[in-house]
Design a protein around this ligand. Sequence first.
Ligand code: GLN
Length: 189
Amino acid sequence: MHIAILALQGAFLEHQQMVRKLGATTHLIRNPRDLALPFDGLILPGGESTSMGKMLHDFSMIEPLKSLIQSGTPVFGTCAGLVLLAKNGSNNGFSALETMDIHAKRNAYGRQLGSFYADIDIDNIGVFPGIFIRAPYIESVGQHVKVLASHHDKIVMAQDGNQLATSFHPELTDDVRIHQYFLSICDIK
Ligand code: GLN
C-alpha cells in the first residue's frame, strides 16, 4: 500500500508517521511531478486552506488532482483538507478541488478560540478523540454522501464514495482507527 500526502503546508508529517505505522509506504507531494508517481490513496492535511488552495492553483495542480479523484483515487481530507474537497471550497477567488458533494463552513467554531477537544462517536469505529483546530464543519451533504459522525448536530465526518473527510485531526492522536479505515478504502479500489 502506497499513500501520497500533499505537503505544501500544514500537518503532513503527522499523517506520514501514522500511515507508516500502519505499514504503508509514502511519498510527499510538492509539485505536479510528484503526482506522476503511482499511489493507492492521497491525503490532504490540515493547515490553511486558503494558502493551500492558492499554491495548488499557482503550481497548476488543481486539474491533475481533480481528475485523479474523479477517476476514483481514494482521498482523505482533514480539516483544511476537507475545505479543499468541499463543493463550495472557493477560497478568496481561488477555486479548490470541489470534488466532494458537501458544503463546508470554514472556521465554523470561531477562530483561535474555536480549538477544542471532544469525544466523537463515529459509525462503525466508535468513540474517537476529536482534536478540532479552527475547524470547519459540514453544513450539508449531497444525497449519496454518508454522514459518519456529528458533534452537537453538526456533521464532522463524511464519506462520498472514494472521498473521506474529517473536521478534526486524527493524525494528532495515537489512535490509528480512522487512518486504518482510509487504508481499507484504498485496498478495495
Ligand atoms: N481554519 C483552517 C482553514 O480553513 C483549517 C484549520 C486546520 O486545518 N486545522 O483553512
